[in-house]
Design a protein around this ligand. Sequence first.
Ligand code: NAP
Ligand code: FE
Length: 375
Amino acid sequence: MQFFAPTHVYLENDCVRSHKEELLSFGGRAFIVTGKHSSRSNGSLADVLAVLEEDGVPYLIYDEIEENPSVETVAAATEKGREFQADFVIGIGGGSPLDAAKAIALLLANPQEDASCLYEPKKLSALPVVAVPTTCGTGSEVTPNAVLTRHAFKTKKSISYNIYPKLALVDGKYLASASGRLLIHTAVDALAHCVESRLHVKANVYNHMFSEYGLALWHKIIPALTRIADHPETAPKELLTDADYETLMLASTVAGMAIAQTTTSLPHALSYEITYNHGIPHGKACGIFLAAYMDEYAKNQPEDVDRVLSLLGFRSTEEFGAFLRHLLGTVAVPAADIALYADNIMANASKLATYPFPIDRDAIAGILAQSLETE
Ligand code: NAP
Ligand code: FE
């Protein structure tokens, strides 16, 4: 049994400003990696820039990270970071910029390498990464993973290196600009992290501390998420309190700490297919598979599934599945895709190995068929 969680995390209001000295301790030339718009409108970029500018720290902003960032984008950003001679990387945004920041930090630390090394089994380390999350789902600020889109393989995959941010500055106020859909989707990603980590081949007592506590926290945010789903025309900030935003961020980091010990499992593997092929946002793509996945798992070890359900406050996987459909809606794919995706998952030996029991193609196809509508 082992436990490793090297990221220094602060979760508090105005933590970028309050922990300025630590933020500036990682280098003298900052490469800021962010998305196209949101970090400008939610105040996170301004907070970081204020701290850098006060101390005259040179920085360069790369703000072209797309959702589900690609290897090609990481390579393009790396070129800019190399020209600038960055010595640390600040990722600001949702999981997409944070994951991209990790991969870019790896390439910047290894000028002899190009992006082809990202999926090779080399021993490489990265420049220091500081993470400022602005969504409440991926937990990337505390995980070693960086999931990139690989167009050459028509899917997404985590790179081969473990890159934990050195510092995570987590401030719930950045969520105030998020839409209801974004809050729901990313909160469901955090839920999927807790469920998949709890029902994982590597689950153990240490990791239960995070997955189970995360599930109990998630239970507390169900009323807030239900309010958002029931009032789609109302801005979420009219429906949520500052304390709700902070709890959403806390659930996300705790869920990240859970998967940092185990990785994710089959719902995430399935999600990559429907995100890549049908553009379904990451959290929704994971959440849509959770109830059917738990039904399959319960055939082997029902007491684990009962534990997950009881921490979340549901009596059955049917009730849980109906709740998730209320939050997320449904996903429809052409009927022929089910067989294709089942084949792809059966070829993904590393993800299959995260499931604690033998599982065959029929069972995977059954999870897909139970979770997806067909067109
Ligand atoms: P995201 O792809 O980072 O962002 C989704 C959208 O939300 C973007 O349009 C972004 O706008 C916007 N946005 C971000 N913060 C906002 C805010 N506070 N207010 C309003 N809009 C905001 O979403 P995500 O779900 O956080 O990340 C998904 C990615 O993380 C996927 O690639 C997934 O595979 C990965 N992931 C990683 C891990 C891990 O352990 N590393 C775990 C799970 C998932 P801009 O583009 O303008 O910024
Ligand atoms: Fe995820």
